[in-house]
Design a protein around this ligand. Structure first.
Ligand code: HMG
Length: 438
């Protein structure tokens, strides 16, 4: 059986499944059955999901968990989180509750500008290109009027367009670097439509520009695309409290704890190997809310990690200090999110998640996402600097280990009772189950 195929996309869904089942599975009927068991019984709902992407054969479930008690700028939020990793939701919920008793999260959106670029080459006199750009700049706005009209009514639109000379980096390389306000939408389609029009305008006007010679007229558009590196779309989140108020069950000595937290963060600031894992903990929270609210987590990930390296070395996104016996802990991150457009009006679970958040604006969502990221980081660091990560993580992971062994309800109860008082490790659970089954 050969493993390559022409025209797969043209096959019906049933035929695609049959081909996969026959090509890859020793028991094709079983594979088909499993694939179909994940179809939704509501055919209309299934069709909606089929249409989100291409060559859909079934659904791939991720759990939607809830972290309540997020007090952000004096308002309580119940945060929806979509994630496959055990202990993340519990950790977020624990930190949310903890900080709600200590003043809550304070967040500010510092700015919310998006970026897009037209990359092109121009072989000629740069001063002539600059003069040409100044002369035709208005045409970019005029030619995109039909695209920007509605966005302008909502208070958004094109903020500015500048010409950038990048020839020091690459021969003949220039850019139109444009900034946008896209209000509650993430704005990808809007930005890309504007940019593609800018490119057409640039090409057309260059050809008609009398001062250019033949070579200069021949501007070559390489590509027009938004940037996911949104350095001017930044949210700040902070928590703080007097050091002595940090105490709780695993923090008998709050001063030691605060100092250890600050040191742990300093290590992530100076040591990239630690910074990546430290920031991964932050992304546990960020990605989960970004996914639940139908936003593009790849764009968010790429932008945030680039931001973590903005000063030349990959470093911690979060920071902490102790000043005047007050522990302060904060983070500033770039986040381009939407609460309208894209999946937000299509995916029923996304709509539910947004309604649970009381239909936030995109800037309000930035603040919720950032607070969840910081909460997650706090939970991980608290565990790392006190009990160690495994205690809480394995406590939450116990259910997964039990499921691996197809435990009966009676076995499950016995296992859970035993491990309420004993440390959970994979080996210890296996040994306990084997002993039970002897
Ligand atoms: P605990 O102290 O055993 O929890 O913590 P508890 O039983 O005392 O309950 C306190 C609160 O925690 C609860 O309040 C919940 O908010 C939450 P309540 O609801 O009772 O009013 N909570 C739960 N929520 C939902 N379901 C549960 C549950 N249990 C507690 N079953 C906990 C247990 C896991 C929360 C704690 O040990 C913890 O925060 N651990 C950190 C876990 C973590 O960070 N996981 C991420 C995965 S590890 C990783 O990927 C990142 C890392 O590498 C990053 C880095 O290195 O920086 C670590």
């Amino acid at each position: 059986m050969k493993n390559n195929i022409n025209g797969f996309s043209k096959l019906s869904k049933e035929k695609k499944i049959d081909w996969i089942a026959e090509t890859y599975f020793a028991q094709p009927e079983k594979a088909v059955q499993l694939i179909k068991s994940y179809w939704n019984a509501d055919a209309k709902l299934q069709q909606l999901h089929d249409d989100f992407i291409e060559n859909t054969i079934t659904n791939f479930y991720l759990p939607l968990g809830i972290a309540p008690n997020f007090l952000i700028n004096g308002k309580y939020y119940t945060v929806p989180m979509t994630i496959e990793e055990s202990s993340v939701v519990a950790a977020a919920a624990k930190s949310a509750k903890y900080w709600s008793e200590r003043g809550g999260f304070k967040t500010t959106v510092l700015n919310s500008e998006k970026i897009g670029q037209v990359h092109f080459t121009y072989n000629g006199d740069a001063t002539k290109l600059k003069a040409f750009f100044t002369k035709i700049k208005n045409k970019f706005y005029e030619d995109t009027n039909h695209t920007t009209a509605n966005m302008q009514k909502r208070g958004g639109g094109i903020v500015d367009i500048v010409l950038k000379d990048k020839t020091a980096l690459l021969d003949n390389y220039f850019q139109l670097h444009a900034t946008f306000q896209t209000k509650d939408s993430m704005g990808a389609n809007f930005i890309n439509s504007c940019l593609e029009q800018f490119a057409k305008t640039l090409k057309r006007e260059a050809l008609a520009h009398a001062e250019f010679n033949a070579e200069e007229k021949n501007i070559d558009i390489i590509m027009s695309i938004l940037s996911n590196y949104v350095t001017n779309c930044i949210v700040r989140v902070e928590v703080s409290c007097p050091v002595e108020q940090l105490s709780e069950k695993n923090i008998p000595n709050p001063k030691d704890f605060a100092e250890k937290m600050v040191k742990a963060i300093r290590i992530a600031e100076v040591e990239p190997y630690r910074a990546v894992t430290h920031n991964k903990g932050i992304m546990n929270g960020i990605d989960a809310v970004v996914l639940a609210t139908g936003n593009d987590f790849r764009a968010v990930e790429a932008g945030i990690h680039a931001y973590a390296s903005k000063d030349g070395q990959y470093t911690s996104l979060s920071h902490a200090k102790i000043e005047n016996d007050t522990f302060s802990y904060w983070m500033e991150i770039p986040l381009a999110l939407g609460t309208v457009g894209g999946l937000t009006s299509l995916h029923p679970m996304v709509k539910l998640a947004l309604e649970m958040l009381e239909n936030p604006s995109s800037t309000e969502l930035m603040q919720i996402v950032a607070a969840t990221g910081l909460a997650q980081n706090f939970a991980a660091l608290r565990s790392l600097t006190t009990t160690g990560i495994q205690e809480g993580h394995m406590k939450m992971h116990l259910g997964n280990i039990i499921n691996q062994f197809n435990a009966t309800p009676n076995e499950r109860t016995l296992i859970e009772n035993h491990f309420e008082k004993n440390p959970v490790s994979h080996a210890a659970v296996v040994a306990f189950i084997e002993n039970l089954r002897k």
